[in-house]
Ligand binder design. Structure first.
Ligand code: FE2
Ligand code: FE2
Length: 265
């Protein structure tokens, strides 16, 4: 079930700095991703909203909840990013890179923009699965920071098929091969454009943190040994390319349910 939850998080610049002291690679990785979110999620909202009135009612209802969830995520990540800036980091250059790349995508057709969102939503679903499934990712994060990322992750899992189902609904008269080609084309574009933005953004932030220099050994450990982000993400991302793929083929709803069950408790 896609259910928006209007949660607020008490993020402080002291918390931003504290995570860097304990785990600089993870802090830079997640902070640089957070810098992408407000613009990225506004783009997701726009691209899905465009088709809201022409999809069947059950999908349209999920689209409305998707928009509400992403709007609240945008607000909370903007506040999180304000605290990154308050901690002394400059994120305008990161935001400018995102803006530049998104402005190119926004010149494409509405359907192509939707396919781009579908591809990015697969990335966020994989990230969400790892945040909730591997406690090592947040083990050194401040309580409120972990709370924000875990809440966001649960809702990303809940709505991981909404953009996908929207794309399938509006291309229902296409052949299976045309649809496969189109969504995979969008995914390949996502990989290319995300790499162009996320990689320099991560190193940009690392470079700014002069008091906590990150060695090649730290990077190799984080991405390839423990928690081995890259090795864990790559196979999960690749399943998108399989013909007949659907986001719920990999059912991790239990991770999201366990997280949100905690909220009412
Ligand atoms: Fe989100
Ligand atoms: Fe999302």
């Amino acid at each position: 079930m896609v259910q928006p939850r209007n949660r607020r998080h008490d993020i402080s610049s002291a918390g931003i700095v504290g995570w860097r002291d304990r785990d600089p690679v993870a802090a830079n990785f997640f902070d640089s991703l957070s810098a992408l979110f407000p613009q990225g999620e506004r783009f997701f909202i726009q691209s899905v909203r465009h088709f809201r009135d022409i999809v069947p009612e059950d999908i349209a209802a999920d689209v409305r909840s998707f928009i509400a969830q992403e709007a609240i995520h945008t607000r909370e990540h903007q506040l999180f990013n304000d605290q990154i800036a308050a901690a002394g980091f400059q994120i305008q250059s990161l935001e400018a890179r995102t803006e530049r790349e998104l402005s190119v995508v926004k010149r494409e057709s509405a359907l192509r923009q939707l396919a781009f969102t579908v591809g990015l939503e697969h990335f966020t679903a994989v990230l969400a699965n790892q945040i909730l499934g591997d406690p090592r990712l947040m083990e050194n994060a401040p309580v409120e920071t972990a709370r924000l990322w875990r809440w966001h992750a649960a809702e990303e899992i809940e709505h991981k098929a909404v953009a996908f189902d929207t794309l399938m609904a509006v291309t229902s008269d296409w052949s299976a091969i045309e649809r496969w080609f189109f969504r995979c084309g969008g995914f390949v574009e996502v990989i290319f454009r995300l790499a162009k933005v996320a990689v320099p953004n991560f190193f940009d932030l690392c470079r700014q943190d002069v008091t906590r220099p990150i060695s090649l050994r730290h990077l190799v450990k984080f991405f390839f040994v423990k928690p081995a982000i890259f090795l864990r993400f790559a196979p999960m991302l690749a399943v998108f390319l399989a013909p007949g793929f659907h986001p719920w083929q990999y059912d991790d709803a239990d991770l999201a349910e366990a997280e949100v069950a905690d909220y009412s408790a």
